[in-house]
Write a protein that binds this ligand. Structure first.
Ligand code: ES4
Ligand code: ZN
Length: 320
């Protein structure tokens, strides 16, 4: 299958940490892992919901200690993404998850950004960095970290909102998003992954986001679907993630084809590819096989990813 040139808009860089690299970084940093070998670690990748995944995701991050660790992880992702046909990526990093472990902002942002700088020349992939904030921690902490990122002139183009969704609604983060908007940053938020459809409305009405990450629960509210179509609000959809975290009953029942059919700006993304069984090309492949998508539908998905991106008009024109 030829790989369509596309943009990846929903990608957590820490979710690209493959088991092999976890073992390599643990050895390099003198960290003893609670798994005897790769198979024992891989046996942990069975998830029942978002939280069961987040527990492993945060535990595995412990091997990321130095700028070189963050740089190696980023390089490995870009090499794999290039093979998947990705030509532009807007990736999220979780600064609070590293600060909580005693890893400085300069270390995580510096390590990732050092590789993003050479990405277009080295991999043909233009990039943008989004600082994502953890919704299961206090708003005040998130606002403080954003202020630090702005003070250090971190090379971020926007902010996001991730981690455990249920019980942590967008309405709790209005001050964070006001600060980001005032600083001229782009705004995205996970909403309607496991949480109810009114979290999507809150993200739009209270946080004024430019895009919704996931958003699949919009299916519970036909008026909201109509609004997303009318206003062409992009939804960054992650099919394999939704299946693995049981946010949908099966791939066959995934709403992506319906949303595409109804004219919404939906794109295909890998979320945490090292955890969910594949990169963007793998997500496209299972969609194509399951729904028998035709070339026009596949092309539309790829085109949506580019139009929904925050790339410059010049870059978008190159990719379209
Ligand atoms: C995430 Cl799949 C997903 N949902 C919410 N937060 C996340 N952080 C990393 N992956
Ligand atoms: Zn995500």
């Amino acid at each position: 299958m030829s790989k369509l040139p596309c943009a990846e808009l929903h990608l957590h860089i820490e979710g690209t940490l493959e088991p092999e690299l976890i073992f390599e970084l643990a050895a390099r940093n003198g960290i003893e892992l609670p798994y005897a070998d790769l198979d024992e670690l891989r046996a942990r990748y069975e998830f029942t919901d978002l939280q069961s995944f987040l527990d492993l995701y945060y535990a595995n991050m412990d091997v990321l200690r130095t700028e070189a660790d963050f740089a190696d992880m980023t390089r490995a992702y870009l090499a794999r993404a290039a093979a998947a046909g990705v030509r532009h990526v807007e990736l999220m990093v979780d600064p609070q998850a590293h600060l909580a472990r005693g890893v400085a902002l300069e270390t995580c942002i510096g390590g990732v950004a050092s590789v993003l700088e050479i990405s277009e020349a080295e991999y043909g992939i233009s990039t943008a960095l989004i600082a994502a904030f953890l919704r299961d921690r206090p708003e005040e902490e998130a606002s403080g970290v954003l202020a630090e990122l702005l003070a250090m002139k971190a090379p971020i183009i926007g902010i996001g909102l991730d981690s455990a969704e249920l019980g942590n609604p967008p309405e709790n983060f209005v001050p964070l998003y006001e600060q980001a908007r005032a600083a001229g940053l782009k705004l995205v938020a996970h909403a309607g992954e496991e949480g109810p459809s009114h979290y999507i409305e809150q993200a739009l009405d209270l946080l004024l986001v430019d895009r919704i990450d996931h958003g699949i629960r919009c299916m519970d509210d036909p008026e909201l679907v109509a609004r997303l179509e009318r206003d062409q609000i992009p939804l960054t959809i992650c099919p394999l993630s939704n299946v693995r975290l049981q946010a949908v009953d099966s791939l066959e029942s995934h709403p992506l084809p319906l949303l595409l059919e109804q004219g919404l700006n939906v794109s295909v993304n890998s979320d945490d590819p090292a955890y969910f069984g594949g990169y963007v090309d793998d997500n496209f492949a299972v969609l194509r096989e399951t729904f028998d998508l035709n070339p026009a539908q596949l092309a539309r998905l790829a085109e949506n990813s580019i139009t929904a991106s925050f790339a410059s008009d010049e870059r978008k024109a190159e990719l379209l």
